[in-house]
Design a protein around this ligand. Structure first.
Ligand code: CMX
Length: 133
């Protein structure tokens, strides 16, 4: 079994402006820009070595990302870890006493299944677990 850092999610107020900034910093265009209706976000994905950077803008005021930005300002929103077997991993974390936001995986960006653990039980950092579909 292997768990590896898949991406870092960054919450922003304005995706278009953030794409310009990260295109300048990384000297490349985003690999993809898409909307994930299920998560109420618009996302720009940049490759960065073995990892990716996902820039997120909430697509409605009640989106988790919009609430995060309104409350805490823009910044690092979550870490995403890629796992081989998401269902098994969720079961393991639940047994270990970690509070899960999603006990059943949802659809994520880039053809993945995803589930979140609550930041209150993971050292203050929102953790996304993802498995490639
Ligand atoms: N990282 C760390 N702490 C966070 C956080 C985050 N991303 N989001 C919220 N919190 C903290 C809040 O600051 C708050 O702390 P305090 O009680 O100390 O003030 C606490 O968690 C509860 O926050 P809240 O605003 O009352 O609750 P929300 O209703 O916004 O829910 C959370 C928080 C984590 C349950 C919700 O954001 C969630 O379900 N997230 C998972 C889904 C998601 O983030 N999707 C977007 C990304 C999708 C993708 O990448 O594909």
């Amino acid at each position: 079994m292997s768990t590896k850092l898949s991406h870092i999610g960054i919450a922003v107020e304005n995706l278009t402006q953030a794409i310009e900034v990260f295109s300048t910093i990384l000297q490349r265009e985003p690999n993809a820009v898409e909307e994930i209706a299920d998560q109420k976000v618009k996302v720009a994905i940049f490759g960065a070595g073995d990892c990716r950077i996902e820039i997120l803008e909430g697509s409605s005021p009640d989106s988790a990302v919009s609430r995060f930005v309104a409350k805490r300002g823009p910044g690092i929103h979550h870490l995403s870890l890629q796992v081989d077997n998401l269902a098994k991993e969720l079961e393991r974390l639940k047994k270990a006493g970690i509070r899960l936001i999603d006990e059943i995986p949802r659809s994520g960006a880039d053809s993945t299944s995803i589930a979140f653990a609550h930041p209150k039980s993971t050292a203050g950092i929102l953790i996304e677990l993802q498995q490639k579909r």
